[in-house]
Design a protein around this ligand. Structure first.
Ligand code: GUN
Ligand code: ZN
Length: 477
């Protein structure tokens, strides 16, 4: 669906759920959120009663009297859009393929061959159109994307995100060392710089205010880049005041390789720091095995962390110590890391973050490592927003923020044990006796994209299933 249709003032009515803090969710059983035609939340009314709405609308003034009303009348709720802080769009055709590999052989066997094929623009278009649809259908309203080394294909990904209305940071992958095969690497530091700059300039030309798409400098990871090239990327980040994303300390073999390749550096984090790449706009994916000194350095530089639990399990990287990192004050979001990760769903990674934290408890006998449902949902929304530098815009439902939201619907089981005919899709069965926090937990632990019936970015409807007509007063299940 193109995101170009004009939007009108809209009042979203029904239950809404969002993070109040790391450990608490606010669950409003019936609220009204007034969103203007720029997609900005202008008023939030809580605890409204049946019949209150006409008066509330009138009180807000003339501009709201003709507002469209989107109402949840069944079992469901509005939830902030998910933020995927680390994902490789060109790896999507490989989703689910990793066998018994770990990072370094996985890159050679699956990843580089697939990514290199993005020199063919029609193929890039096909995969990127499909992947943006896929992530939107899972409620991902913002994504920090790695593309490939190819400028035309990277720019095409930015075009597609802009046209479809998905917020995105889009990065041309920079890699010039001989870790990568000759058929898939930048030919020199000069071309790395020039191509990355060309893609930054293009992305800024199609969305000058960066309202939907922004560029992000993307040195793949230290072993993929020569010291010269890392320096050039650090310089480019400074000259253009651009976000940076890379991988850090994901896998033990990778850490050993970094020690060999950068013998004068104090640590993996120090490699990035000494090349000007640890900034307050840097997103570091994985951070599974950082030392206490590296953690201090990352914190000092105000760089952010993307936790990729499904990927860390799938390619056997390890269990990131998220509780400790949170306690130290790190800013953390969730990343699907497709296709190291086997799912494009942030909801799935909410669950995986919780499972991994429980495995850490089992390994360390420290119950404290366990993440709660509330904490994992915070990472998926407010935490992710802070990682991509959008914490004042998205991740929650406050006045002044933008309407990036998903409508969640849960299936109700009738007296005869059957599911409501029109809305029978989706794995969550609701019997009617559940509390509101039970409903949220049932969604988190057993829901999937079938429960995401509509998705908005900046007030624009960017995805809907047949169960959401987009009409006024939609009776959602
Ligand atoms: N390290 C360098 N490149 C990659 C990648 O594509 N995926 C993951 N998970 N780690 C990496
Ligand atoms: Zn990755």
């Amino acid at each position: 669906m193109a995101a170009s249709s004009p939007i009108s003032n809209t009042v979203y009515v029904g239950p809404f759920v969002h993070s109040e803090s790391l450990s608490t969710l606010e669950i409003q059983e019936r609220g009204a959120i007034f969103v203007d035609s720029d997609g900005i939340i202008r008023h939030v009314e809580k605890d409204i009663q049946e019949g209150d709405l006409p008066n509330l609308i009138q009180q807000k003034g003339d501009s709201w009297t003709d507002a469209k009303i989107v109402e949840i009348t069944g079992t469901g709720f509005f939830f902030p859009g998910f933020i995927d802080t680390h994902v490789h769009a060109p790896q999507h055709p490989n989703t689910g393929l990793f066998g018994k590999t770990t990072l370094l052989d996985w890159l050679q066997k699956y990843t580089f061959p697939m990514e290199s094929s993005f020199s063919k623009l029609p193929l890039a278009h096909r995969v990127y159109q499909n992947f943006v649809s896929r992530t939107l259908s899972h409620g991902t309203t913002t994504a920090a994307y790695y593309a490939t080394i190819h400028v035309p294909a990277t720019n095409a990904l930015a075009d597609i995100c802009l046209a479809r209305g998905q917020r995105a940071l889009v990065g041309r992958v920079c890699m010039n060392s001989d870790l990568s095969p000759e058929y898939y690497r930048d030919s020199s530091t000069e071309t790395s710089y020039a191509d990355s700059k060309a893609s930054i300039d293009y992305i800024r030309s199609i969305d000058p205010k960066g309202e939907i798409v922004k560029p992000i400098i993307t040195p793949r990871f230290a072993p993929s880049c020569t010291p010269d090239c890392l320096n050039a990327m650090g310089r480019l980040a400074k000259e253009t005041d651009t976000h940076v994303q890379t991988h850090i300390s994901e896998n033990k073999g990778e850490i050993e390789l970094v020690k060999e390749l950068f013998p004068d550096s104090k640590s993996y984090a120090d490699v990035y720091d000494t090349h000007g790449l640890l900034t307050d706009k840097t997103i570091l994916a994985h951070a599974v095995h950082l030392t206490p000194e590296e953690r201090k350095l990352v914190l000092q530089r105000k760089s952010k962390i993307s936790h990729c639990p499904a990927s860390n399990t799938a390619i056997t990287s390890g269990c990131a110590p998220i509780r400790d990192l949170l306690d130290e004050g790190h800013t953390i979001g969730l990343g699907t890391d497709v296709s190291g990760g086997n799912s494009p769903s942030v909801l799935e990674n909410v669950r995986q973050a919780i499972w991994v934290s429980r495995h850490l408890c089992l390994q360390t006998s420290k119950d404290k490592a366990k993440l709660s449902t509330e904490e994992a949902l915070f990472l998926a929304t407010r935490g992710g927003a802070a990682v991509v530098g959008m914490q004042d815009k998205v991740g929650g439902f406050e006045v002044g923020m933008e309407w990036d939201a998903q409508m969640i619907s849960l299936g109700v089981v009738g007296e005869d044990g059957c599911r409501d005919g029109a809305f029978k899709e989706g794995p969550v069965d609701v019997f009617g006796w559940e509390s509101w926090s039970d409903l949220v937990e049932k969604w988190v632990y057993s829901g999937d994209d079938r429960n995401t019936v509509a998705v908005w970015v900046k007030g624009r409807l960017v995805h809907r299933t047949g169960r959401f007509s987009g009409a006024e007063r939609v009776a959602t299940p």
